[in-house]
Ligand binder design. Structure first.
Ligand SMILES: Nc1ncnc2c1ncn2[C@@H]1O[C@H](COP(=O)(O)OP(=O)(O)OP(=O)(O)O)[C@@H](O)[C@H]1O
Length: 701
């Protein structure tokens, strides 16, 4: 570069242009300012400078003419020469330098072309002189100024927007760049303006040029960087668009979220309002509860004092209770003793009445018997009755037969009133006595009705069951606990049957060991009952299993003897006493005249057993040595009741019909015989030690 510069010796008179700013330089400075700044400031330099710039190449092209003119002017006046921008040598120098610059700048493009020309008087040349009439012409392509200008014009002013990647501020950056460029240009200009470098001081000029070159190089780098940034703009744009899409998506999400949050807020607000409302209610309730709590607390304190009083009273009562318990124990003891005495007295009365008692009951005529003639019955007192036949005897007289028994019940007697007379015997059974109640009479005379009764009007056996269980409750207060066992036996045609079992069994009447009179039936079902209801159920089963058939006197005649045995085993744990009583309730088969009987074998057996019963009673009455108990199953079974340790009650049932007169008379005579029978005094089965029960053999039954 230095070689292209004119020799210092060629510059004889340096032009006084130190104060002049080169138009190119000014334009470049201005163009840079405009280029990096606002578009409107692209050529913010003076129009004069622009014109000067535009005309400069032309001047340079026409350098020879220009040189000649300048030479003429310099010859004429140094001032004029100066004003014509030096002499021909200068022009040559400039032209060559410019060309050099252009050549050098070409490879570097605009960067090198931005090198400022050597300051000269050119800047001071009048526009009219330097540019002539070419002011309107466009700058020539290839000149540095034109290139810079055209580049500046063609290029969009958004160069520095590349610096906005990452959310920068392009305007501000542009402004900064513009400011930098402007300041640099200004600095160059100012430097040029303030620091006047003599034309001959090539070293200084060189240094100045180097400095400018450096500055311009920096600018070039900056511009290159900006250009690179611009090349990245599509990517940036794409990224920005993506970011925009993402941001829009985010915005939509945010809006959706915002809506959700608003809804949630509304819900929360409603919830809050509800909570506030509930809180107010709760507060009210709390106040009420607090009030109630205070009242309860007050009540509690009152109750507490009452409790204290009650505790004192309780302790007092406990002492009193202990005293009373002692008294109760004494009373119980007294009661137990008095009860024992009562039993003794009760049984003494019964003994005085007789161990075999006879009640006579006359049944009423049935609805189906209204057409039939009744025999003449009259009741003299509660124990005496008269019976007479309406049919006259052969002698033409109607004889009345008078009978006296322990009790006579006429046809109007109720079941209840009859049982009242029976119940003392049941009481004796609970006291440990053996009781036997049986009904004797002609078929259809009312035996079953008296013993069993009908569901609407129960007889002796059901009422006995009720009385037993009621009495057991009362006895429990006296320390007695009872166990009740039952057996149901049938004697049909001299054969024993278990009415609680349908099995064929080999059943026999056996004597209890070490006892003269006590008997038991082998293989019979013993049922332990805990309630009257259960006992009635068993009675119903037994009734269904009993043999019945139609007779002349009864549509449902009992054709067998039925024996219901109830064992009462009482224990007094405290006194260690055991009381064993039994009740034999016997519904005998009805006696029947063989003349009217259609079932001869059956009738024969019934009549024979009843006859044997009569024989036993007579033997007892006559105090014979041998009592024929074993002649029939019935007498054998009733042996303890008839001749042993038993209280016996016999019902004589009479039918009121004239047709039954003979049989009725026979029954009454038999009953009268029995009534005369004086049995040995019955003994109570009272055992003081329970262990004795095992040795006595009673439990073996
Ligand atoms: N006191 C009475 N009051 C009303 N009806 C009675 C009375 N006594 C017996 N009867 C009725 O007379 C009929 C015969 O009585 P029941 O069956 O008791 O005679 P029975 O002596 O048992 O006869 P059998 O020996 O043939 O069995 C029955 O219909 C019964 O309801």
């Amino acid at each position: 570069m230095e070689s292209k510069l004119p020799k210092p010796s060629a510059l004889k008179r340096p032009a006084p242009i130190s104060r002049t700013i080169l138009p190119m330089e000014r334009i470049k400075a201005t163009s840079f300012t405009g280029n990096f700044g606002n578009k409107t400031h692209l050529f913010s330099g003076s129009a004069q400078s622009l014109n000067t710039y535009n005309q400069l190449p032309r001047d340079i092209t026409n350098f020879s003419s220009y040189d000649n003119a300048t030479r003429r002017e310099r010859a004429a006046s140094p001032e004029a020469a100066a004003s014509n921008y030096g002499g021909a040598s200068r022009a040559k120098m400039r032209r060559s330098r410019s060309a050099c610059d252009i050549r050098d700048m070409r490879p570097l493009k605009r960067t090198e072309s931005t090198l400022a020309p050597i300051p000269a008087k050119t800047s001071r040349m009048p526009l009219s002189t330097t540019l002539g009439s070419n002011t309107n012409k466009p700058p020539r392509i290839g000149t540095s100024a034109t290139a810079a200008s055209s580049t500046s014009l063609k290029k969009p002013p958004t160069v520095n927007t590349t610096k906005t990647i990452g959310g920068g501020r392009p305007a501000l950056t542009n402004q900064k760049s513009a400011n930098n460029t402007s300041s640099n240009s200004s600095a160059i200009t100012a430097k040029t303006a303030t620091k006047r470098i003599p034309a001959y001081d090539f070293k200084a000029r060189f240094n100045d040029l180097l400095e400018k070159h450096k500055i311009l190089k920096d600018k070039l780098e900056e511009k290159t960087e900006q250009l690179n940034n611009l090349e990245n703009l599509p990517e940036v744009l794409e990224d920005t668009e993506k970011q925009l899409v993402t941001t829009k998506e985010e915005l939509r999400n945010t809006q959706t979220m915002n809506e959700c949050l608003m809804r949630e807020k509304t819900l929360l607000q409603e919830k809050y309002n509800s909570i506030v409302e509930n809180l107010s209610k709760t507060t009210e309730e709390l106040e009420k509860l607090t009030k109630a709590y205070k009242e309860i607390k007050l009540e509690h304190s009152e109750l507490f004092s009452e409790v204290e009083e009650l505790r004192d009273r309780t302790s007092t009562l406990a002492d009193r209770n202990a005293t009373l318990l002692d008294e109760i124990a004494i009373c119980k003891e007294l009661l137990f003793r008095s009860n024992m005495e009562r039993k003794e007295l009760h049984n003494t009365v019964l003994d005085l009445r007789g161990n075999i008692r006879v009640f006579c009951r006359v049944r009423p005529p049935l609805d189906c018997e209204r057409d039939k003639m009744l025999c003449n019955l009259s009741y003299l007192d509660e124990a005496t009755m008269e019976i007479a036949s309406f049919e006259p005897t052969a002698k033409g007289k109607s004889i009345a037969h008078t009978f006296t028994f322990d009790q006579v019940f006429d046809h109007s007697s109720e079941q209840e009133s009859i049982f009242e007379m029976v119940s003392p015997l049941i009481q004796s059974a609970l006291d440990g006595y053996n009781i036997c109640i049986f009904a004797y009479g002609q078929t259809g005379s009312g035996k079953t009705y008296t013993m069993d009764g009908i569901p609407s009007n129960p007889g002796v056996i059901p009422r006995t069951v009720d009385l037993l269980f009621d009495s057991i409750k009362n006895y429990r207060h006296l320390g007695w606990e009872y166990e009740i066992k039952v057996t149901f036996l049938e004697i049909y045609n001299e054969v024993l049957y278990d009415l609680l079992s349908n099995e064929q069994k080999d059943m026999e009447i056996r004597m209890v060991k070490n006892s003269k009179n006590d008997i038991y039936v082998s293989n019979i079902t013993h049922e332990t009952v805990g309630s009257a209801g259960r006992l009635r159920e068993l009675m119903q089963i037994a009734k269904m299993n009993r043999a019945t058939a139609a007779t002349v006197g009864n549509e449902r005649s009992s054709r067998s003897h039925a024996v219901t045995k109830i064992e009462l085993i009482g224990t007094h744990a405290k006194k260690q006493e055991l009381s064993i009583g039994s009740i034999n309730l016997v519904d005998l088969a009805g006696s029947e005249s063989p003349k009217t009987s259609t079932r001869m074998n059956e009738t024969k057996n019934i009549n024979r057993s009843l006859s044997e019963l009569t024989n036993v009673i007579l033997a007892l009455l006559q105090k014979q040595d041998h009592i024929p108990y074993r002649n029939s199953k019935l007498t054998h079974l009733l042996m303890p009741s008839l001749g042993g340790n038993s209280k016996t009650l016999m019902f004589i049932n009479i039918a009121p019909l004239q047709d039954c007169f003979v049989e009725s008379l026979k029954s009454l005579r038999f009953a009268a015989t029995v009534n005369q029978c004086k049995m040995a005094k019955a003994k109570r089965n009272r055992i003081l030690n329970t262990s004795l029960a095992n040795t006595s053999g009673i439990g073996n039954q």
